[in-house]
Design a protein around this ligand. Structure first.
Ligand code: LLP
Length: 384
């Protein structure tokens, strides 16, 4: 990504920058790769980035939406996603959210428990409508990622145990206002090993055999999201390897005739096009360590504090005359010792007033921002 520092100098920091050209390139790649398979449908997981301009661009590219709240359903509709292309997931859907989803006519609910199924049946009956329902099955597949973002193991709170799948489907089929339309899975996020997705495919194949034996057919399989991105070298891999990702499913999954395959990708669509721009407030020379104190903190980007995530950081103001490089701890202004972007990070000699780019921040950055310490929410600007 190329940054025009003269233009950026004028911006109030901290703020997000979204590169619409890179987003367009990413969406083109998704389109080109998914089009190789005529039954693939890609939904964008709105939770990753719900900036209205970003959503409009993704909706215009023809992706569906994966929503986890009533607010996200509204944001998706406002941005132009067709209601029929919306999947509504989440372990704890409130009654008003289910009613809203029924009224706008979403494509499917991803249902996570029998208790939720009963409520959807009741609310659909009250409205005299039918609810299209997929069941999220916990595939009991481990994934190689951070413990906070793996979701498909037996002990995780998500989904219905695979042993209960048949009983739940039968119960739903007997309901008056429910149409069973599919199975849903999601094993975790920031997955870089295609073997994890291959393991999911094998598990889905086993479960489909169980369904065949029971004489149950489902028209849709949804494999969730999770494709990771290169946080270490964003300029080397600005667009994730969608070819390897879709091929893993094409090779590993035995779909039934006319079965449609759905994906819910968040991070892979938007992470690399986003940068958190921050200004250096002070360079503090401690006895042991040198601290670069910036005006962004965990309030704007919580990933380093929450998951120990490392984002590449570039000093946009430093030119070659600033050599030699120095090892810094790069920290925010929030009153928490976890408010650290990077420890022992090498930057060119850095000064008060320098602009730093915290890279790969387009996913789970702005959407996870908070007003802790009475800070204003960050603004966002589109760049090309
Ligand atoms: N589908 C379901 C059911 C999900 O729970 C998620 C993400 C996605 C799709 C999209 O996953 P993606 O393609 O973005 O990996 N805040 C964390 C990530 C949390 C992911 C939550 N679920 C982070 O900053 O790493």
């Amino acid at each position: 990504m190329h940054f025009d520092t003269t233009h950026l100098q004028a911006l109030q920091t901290p703020c997000y920058l979204y590169d619409t050209e890179l987003l367009a390139r990413t969406l083109d790649t998704i389109h080109a790769e998914a089009r190789q398979h005529d039954n693939y449908h890609v939904h964008y997981a709105i939770k990753a980035n719900s900036n209205p301009d970003v959503l409009r661009q993704i909706a215009a590219a023809g992706l569906g939406a994966d929503c986890v709240s009533g607010g996200e359903i509204r944001a998706a509709i406002d941005a132009g996603f067709p209601a029929r292309e919306i999947a509504f997931a989440g372990v704890g859907k409130a009654d008003w959210e289910i009613t809203l989803a029924l009224r706008v006519g979403i494509g499917m609910f991803n249902v996570e428990s029998i208790e939720e199924l009963d409520v959807i049946q009741q609310l659909a009956t009250d409205l005299d409508m039918r609810a299209r329902v997929s069941f999220r099955i916990n595939p009991d597949v481990g994934a190689h990622t951070h413990a906070h973002i793996t979701t498909g193991r037996a002990e995780d709170k998500f989904g219905i145990a695979k042993e209960d799948m048949v009983a739940v489907l039968r119960r739903a089929q007997a309901m008056t206002h429910i149409d069973v339309v599919g199975l849903h899975f999601h094993i975790g996020s920031q997955l870089l090993e295609m073997d994890d997705f291959a393991a999911l495919c094998s598990r889905i194949n086993e479960l489909q055999e169980v369904l065949d034996a029971e004489g149950i057919a489902v028209p849709n399989i949804n494999v969730g999201g999770g494709l990771g991105i290169d946080y270490e070298q964003p300029d080397l891999h600005p667009v994730p390897d969608f070819h390897a990702y879709f091929s893993t499913f094409a090779n590993g999954l035995q779909l039934r005739p006319n079965q449609q395959l759905h994906f819910e990708l968040g991070r892979a669509v938007v992470a690399q096009m986003g940068t958190l721009l921050t200004r250096v407030l002070y360079v503090k020379h401690g006895h042991e360590r040198q601290f670069v104190i910036v005006d962004a903190g965990m309030t704007e980007l919580i990933r380093p504090a929450l998951y120990g995530a490392l984002h590449q950081i570039n000093n946009l103001s430093a030119d070659a005359s600033r050599e030699p490089a120095v090892t810094y701890d790069i920290v925010g202004p929030i009153c928490e010792s976890s408010d650290v972007f990077a420890r022992d990070y090498v930057l060119p000699q850095t000064c008060r007033g320098d602009l730093l780019a915290i890279r790969s921040a387009g996913a789970y950055g702005e959407t996870m921002a908070s007003t802790y310490n009475c800070r204003p929410l960050p603004t966002a600007h589109l760049i090309q």
